[in-house]
Design a protein around this ligand. Structure first.
Ligand SMILES: Cc1cc2nc3c(=O)[nH]c(=O)nc-3n(C[C@H](O)[C@H](O)[C@H](O)COP(=O)(O)O)c2cc1C
Length: 257
């Protein structure tokens, strides 16, 4: 029953979320709108009223505001270069602020972080930024070398933070940039170091001029038995990122968990 509710809830609250978007954290906002960092605990979700299964989803919306409208057992976990790179430029030098529509940005929230915000804007939920204890260098060449080494070694980089209350969620969106046709290895660390069994899992991704590559297959193989993978995956390329906000809303409207 709950999963049906979530599905209906997603569709219904998409419309509500769009009309209430002004109240939700804005994509690309400063610190007020920033997601929990890898070192912080994602906010505990509200729980749906299990005894009130027959009530229409979002029935309390008009009384309580948008935070109570959203499906509340949703976690949006994402990895972004922007949250995992050391920026060693003088404060006055913003030359590292690479065009976020086409390239990885060094500054939060990053492209994948933006996608995460837009998911939250539409359906609510808690946002968690996956972060490693050893950040990447901001120099692209040096960073790319490490990416390739970690991929070749099938590494599991150490995570800086964890979602301690993962059992409180029913649905998890996992977002990542494509790196060398694969997800960052820290996403595997996240998947393997949290108990995702029993959760419905949907992937979203941003990439440059390539494609999502082998990423979904690789991540799917790493998931535990008992997890339900949503077959539809969202991807925003550099060329389509300008339309990603509306495209991700349209994708969310198709999902049934
Ligand atoms: C080290 C590295 C490797 C990348 N490899 C690919 C790739 O194989 N294919 C692709 O389309 N984009 C690739 N990209 C581009 C990123 O996937 C893209 O810029 C993404 O939107 C960055 O998201 P972020 O800002 O959340 O990190 C790569 C970027 C970096 C930094």
């Amino acid at each position: 029953m709950f999963k049906k509710l979530i599905g209906a809830f997603l569709v219904l609250t998409l419309a509500l979320g769009l009309s209430l978007a002004g109240c939700a954290p804005a994509a690309g906002e400063g610190q007020n709108g920033a997601p929990a960092t890898g070192g912080e605990q994602a906010a505990a979700p509200d729980t749906l009223d299990e005894e009130n299964d027959d009530a229409p989803p979002g029935a309390e919306a008009q009384d309580s505001g948008p935070q109570d409208v959203a499906p509340s057992r949703v976690l949006i976990a994402y990895f972004s270069w922007a949250d995992n790179a050391v920026v060693d430029l003088p404060a006055s030098d913003d030359s590292a602020a690479i065009d976020a529509l086409a390239s990885a940005s060094l500054f939060p929230p990053g492209n994948t972080g933006l996608l995460a915000y837009w998911i939250q804007e539409n359906i609510g939920g808690s946002v968690f930024s996956i972060q490693v204890t050893d950040p990447f260098p901001s120099d692209f060449g040096a960073g790319a070398n490490r990416v390739n080494q970690e991929l070749a070694a099938n590494a599991r980089p150490e995570l800086a933070g964890f979602v301690d209350n993962i059992a409180d969620y029913d649905v998890i969106f996992i977002g990542f940039p494509v790196w060398a046709d694969a997800p960052p290895m820290a996403v595997f660390s996240f998947i393997e170091q949290h108990d995702l069994s029993g959760l419905s899992i949907a992937f979203f991704s941003s990439f440059g001029g390539g494609s999502i590559g082998n990423s979904v297959r690789m991540l799917t193989e790493a998931l535990p038995d008992g997890s339900t993978i949503v077959e539809s995956t969202f991807g925003a390329s550099g060329a389509t990122f300008g339309n990603a906000e509306e495209n991700i809303a349209a994708w969310l409207a198709t999902l049934v968990f």
